[in-house]
Design a protein around this ligand. Structure first.
Ligand code: DGT
Ligand code: CA
Ligand code: CA
Ligand code: ZN
Length: 575
């Protein structure tokens, strides 16, 4: 069991306790524990399995919570959660996933109505039976209906980062004697920000034995099918479906091409094959007449036989990549190894979990030449955001640290809130002390499109602003982007030399491909940054790079690929 899964169980327990109106202090201790476990650099299961170690050594985990953690690792739940699930309908956990319905509202609804499914809840809202409850109104009803529609649409999808850890876990299960390769395909290989299921391809003389190991794996919740060359199962607490296929080497290339997709890319490619008198399937590329095999062993061979250079998986969405390949105009995509620094991260000064020194050391270990420390501004009072006085002191502290030669160049920065009307949360003279100002929207995200557009345009006019942080505000599977005139904002950012952030946090991945391409067409330049709240989260850079690749970006589109001196010059000159 992964830490994030343990954290989910703790969060659910806290939600259920809140629905049961239990003591707020105890509810909070569960929520805190969830965060601690989620961010903890070591797996809790490993600590529990080691007789020489104690979970109580994790800061913030006392004896009581340690026992709860052991229970969760042992059987996926704890006594308290089980007891509460007896008390409320089992769908309560699903209700909690409806945006706009917190534990308190759910408690109120359960007090007045007998409901056991999302459909029941939808009916209540449609029959205007929620608005009669205390502190609820027609607006909330509307929001619940909208959220239910969204919930239905996104349920059954999983974050790229989750699929990534599952792929790594299962690769270890599938590998063994007589297994030559284990290769992920599907939307995961294309780097989509969420995946519906995970597709894995196995080759080798003993590939069938790998399928046996897969269906027998302890974390398989349900085997959906087991054929000669394919096995499907739901794996892990979240029930992610995984399709594993065993393939002969002669057709591995075409199979990899086929199962990587996208469907639209494949359709376009097959049409091209037909025009060339060929027939493309997962089994190979054959002549239409006589059925001689033309290609199949390697993916590059398949594209070559179709008169094309190999197309990177991130581009395979049938959005111009085949035409570009044909014309020899495929972009040279940015690579993780091109990144020289990370420009968005938080520390213990606000809501981060590492000190400035720990973040800098972790960045140095990744081989970066520079970082910007960008804690929150005062509008985020809950996160202990910095006011002007703290900003000035922080800028001075960073100048001193740099003088000591910390082995990495540190830029003093801030993630400054863009207030409701587009004003910056901090005074100009404080912002002027800093090397790098990111402006981000964290509040009033329900504004009308025109109002939000004006707000962002006004923020872009601030002479100190250098980066627009997580530009659309979306949280994957939770919150849609806020509406605004993206093209106009991107054009204005380009004109003013403000860079657009590609936020690499797996829950955000904001900007994403279509917007990146639209912004580049307007002349915009970009940063890729992790928004790390823990030293380990600097590793999320790879997901941001994947988004940039899906957006057809090369190294020169991204400013934090510059060498430290060039980057510092670009900062000063607004290049
Ligand atoms: P997902 O799982 O919904 O995130 O998206 P994919 O792209 O991984 O889709 P999946 O798992 O259903 O299938 C994997 C790949 O197999 C898909 O990208 C293309 C190929 N494929 C599946 N079904 C079809 C089909 O009916 N026609 C074509 N041309 N390709 C297909
Ligand atoms: Ca898939
Ligand atoms: Ca699949
Ligand atoms: Zn932010």
């Amino acid at each position: 069991m992964e830490n994030s899964e343990i954290a989910d169980v703790l969060e659910e327990t806290a939600d259920l306790m809140e629905i049961a109106a239990e003591d707020g202090f105890r509810v909070n201790s569960y929520r805190k524990a969830a965060r601690t476990v989620k961010d903890y650099p070591e797996r809790v299961v490993d600590i529990l399995a080691d007789p020489a170690r104690k979970v109580t050594d994790i800061p913030g985990i006392g004896k009581g919570l340690a026992a709860v953690l052991a229970e969760i690792v042992d059987h996926g739940s704890c006594e308290r959660r089980d007891a509460l699930l007896q008390k409320f309908p089992p769908t309560t956990l699903e209700f909690l996933k409806i945006q706009g319905l917190g534990p308190k509202s759910i408690a109120l609804i359960l007090e007045h109505y007998r409901i056991s499914t999302i459909d029941d809840l939808e009916r209540l809202a449609k029959e205007e039976k929620l608005r009669v409850l205390p502190r609820m109104g027609a607006k909330l009803e509307e929001k619940v209906l909208r959220s239910i529609a969204q919930y239905r649409m996104r349920s059954g999808r999983y974050l790229l980062s989750y699929a990534d850890s599952m792929a790594t876990e299962l690769e270890a299960v599938l590998r063994g004697d007589g297994v030559d390769s284990v290769t992920p395909a599907g939307s995961f290989r294309r780097g989509r920000e969420t995946v519906g299921d995970l597709d894995l391809l196995v080759t080798g003389p003993e590939a069938a034995a790998a399928l046996d190991r897969f269906v027998a794996y302890s974390r398989v919740e349900e085997v959906l099918g087991r054929g000669e060359n394919k096995a499907s199962a739901k794996v892990g607490r979240e029930g992610l479906q995984v399709d594993v296929r065993a393939l002969p080497p002669a057709s591995f290339g075409t199979a990899l091409q086929y199962f990587t997709g996208s469907k639209d890319h494949n359709v376009a490619l097959r049409t091209r094959a037909v025009r060339m008198g060929l027939k493309l399937s997962e089994y190979g590329l054959f002549r239409s007449e006589g059925a001689a095999r033309v290609a199949g062993e390697t993916e590059a061979g398949v594209y070559e036989a179709l008169g094309l250079p190999w197309i990177p998986p991130e581009l395979r969405e049938n959005s111009g990549e085949i035409e570009a390949a044909e014309a020899g105009r495929l972009p040279e995509l940015v690579d993780l190894s091109d990144m020289r620094g990370d420009l968005h991260m938080h520390t213990v000064a606000t809501d981060g979990r590492g000190t400035l020194e720990e973040m800098a050391a972790a960045a140095r270990d990744r081989g970066y030449r520079y970082i910007a420390i960008t804690d929150h501004s005062k509008a985020l009072a809950m996160a202990n955001g910095l006011d002007e006085k703290r900003v000035v002191a922080f800028a001075r502290q960073v100048r001193e640290i740099n003088r000591d030669g910390p082995g990495i160049r540190i830029f003093s920065g801030i993630e400054c809130d863009i207030l409701k009307d587009g004003a910056m949360d901090l005074a100009d003279d404080a912002l002027a002390e800093l090397d790098l100002v990111i402006g981000s929207v964290h509040s009033h995200m329900n504004q009308e499109s025109a109002e939000m557009t004006d707000r962002l345009l006004r923020a872009l006019a601030c002479p100190h602003l250098r980066v627009l942080g997580h530009p659309t505000g979306r949280i994957l599977l939770h919150r849609d982007p806020f509406p605004f005139d993206f093209d106009r904002v991107a054009a204005e950012a380009a004109a003013r030399g403000v860079w657009l952030e590609i936020n690499a946090s797996p829950e955000r991945l904001d900007l994403h491909a279509p917007l990146i391409r639209a912004a580049k067409a307007k002349g915009a330049r970009f940063t890729i940054s992790t928004d790390a709240h823990h030293p380990q989260q600097l590793a999320n850079m790879r997901y941001g790079v994947t988004m940039a690749r899906r957006g057809w970006l090369g190294k020169t589109d991204i400013v934090n690929t510059l060498a430290a001196g060039d980057f510092a010059a670009a900062l000063r000159k607004r290049l």
